[in-house]
Design a protein around this ligand. Structure first.
Ligand code: SAH
Length: 388
């Protein structure tokens, strides 16, 4: 275990239980951090927290306890059990795909656990938690009893600032249910841990308003929004994505749920170009879903990202018929909700179209956010209805 002494006056956030310790706050380090454990002490040498040590990261320690408890198998078990109990209280029926452990939101910084039916995917997001892999695996098996456990390590890559590569081991679809609908998670090479579980609530709302409607799903990935819309009685749902493999999975999802598969409903294209074409053709849709990837991954991207969100929303808005709906989302954690709303407002001015905000819906309740670490909130969703 390494002992990290904070500079004088830098203990405040730790005393308020914020789980991140930045390298700039450290005065000195003593000991060996090879077991991934760090003890944080204040300038007077008093121990104040324990956590996972990631020497190459700007966030050099992510804190797991503030009461002297060591991050070990006992603590992992306890935290995973508590996380499991929360899910029992909040998950809808017929839902076997969910986020079981949400990093800081479940007091397990650097660890994600997603359940897809019988398969569990654990992602270790930091170098520190990577070195606890063995015990974290034991706790995962005990608490979530998977038939198969897949572990992904992205911590060291992330710490070095390099792109996290999807290690492709071929397509490994795993069946699970969401509100009774059948989906496949691509647990080997898919994006995130294989499925955008965080959008469950938005899919559910889409389903409840989709009857008889024409739905355009932008940045559709595996078409889960479209499947929810069709389940709600949508007349037609069209997916637009630049990834061929995402669209292939989207076809599988429609088949698996008993919906027809029509080639014209799967458009492989850059959304920006596709939207311009549709706008030029004066298309009009009952519902447009716009759920792009995070345009801002670091602070320096924010200005360009804001422009991207504004452009895509402006054109998307022009395609919504009067009285129709736009669900617009941003999963950039760096973009605050109020700024996103302003960007969307600017887009509506540019589009010359009036909208009202009918609902705000971010990630579902299986993605809890620690009140000590509001940075854990990233997904913003605005349900907008066009006047008329
Ligand atoms: N809405 C999806 C998740 C979207 S993830 C769901 O709920 O499952 C973002 C998707 O955008 C990815 O599938 C990626 O392939 C796609 N993408 C990123 N940039 C794009 C672009 N410029 N044009 C089209 N698709 C894009």
């Amino acid at each position: 275990m390494i002992r990290l002494a904070l500079k004088p006056g830098r203990e405040g956030s730790v005393l308020r239980r914020h789980p991140w310790v930045f390298s700039g706050a450290i005065a000195s380090a003593k000991g060996d951090g090879s077991d991934g454990r760090a003890e944080v002490v204040d300038a007077a040498g008093r121990p104040i927290a324990l956590g996972a040590y990631s020497p190459q990261s700007q966030i050099v320690a992510r804190l797991w306890s503030f009461d002297g408890r060591s991050p070990d198998l006992h603590l992992f078990r306890e935290r995973f059990e508590a996380a499991g109990r929360l899910r029992k209280d909040v998950l809808p029926a017929e839902t076997t795909g969910f986020r079981a452990v949400n990093s800081e939101g479940d007091l397990c910084p650097g660890v994600l656990v997603d359940v897809f039916g019988e398969v569990v995917v654990m992602e270790l997001l930091t170098e520190g938690t990577e070195s606890w892999r063995e015990d974290l695996e034991v706790a995962t098996r005990e608490i979530f009893s998977p038939q198969k456990l897949v572990v992904r390590e992205s911590g060291v890559e992330r710490d070095r600032g390099s792109r996290v590569s999807a290690k492709s081991a071929g397509f490994e679809p795993v069946l699970f249910f969401e509100n009774g609908l059948r989906f496949f998670a691509d647990v080997s090479s898919g994006q995130k841990t294989g499925f955008y579980l965080d959008q469950r609530e938005n899919r559910s709302r889409l389903r409840s308003l989709a009857r008889g409607k024409m739905v355009l799903d932008l940045f559709s990935y595996s078409g889960a929004f479209s499947v929810a819309a069709l389940a709600g009685g949508a007349r037609r749902a069209v997916d637009v994505d630049s990834s061929e493999s995402a669209l292939a999975l989207s076809r599988e999802h429609r088949r698996a749920n008993g919906f027809p598969v029509d080639d014209t409903d799967f458009v492989r294209a850059d959304v920006f170009e596709d939207l311009r074409r549709r706008a030029a053709a004066h298309e009009s849709w009952d519902v447009v879903v716009c759920d792009p990837p995070a345009f801002a991954k670091k602070r320096g991207d924010l200005r360009r990202a804001a422009r991207g969100y504004q452009d895509v929303n402006r054109i998307a808005m022009s395609l919504v018929r009067p009285g129709g709906w736009l669900l617009t989302c941003s999963c950039s954690g760096l973009l605050p909700a109020n700024l996103f709303q302003k960007i969307v407002f600017s887009a509506s001015i540019e589009a010359g179209a009036a909208f009202t905000i009918v609902a705000r819906q971010g990630a579902g309740a299986d993605h809890p956010v620690s009140i000590d670490c509001p940075e854990g909130e990233y997904l913003k969703g605005l349900w907008l209805r066009r006047a008329g």
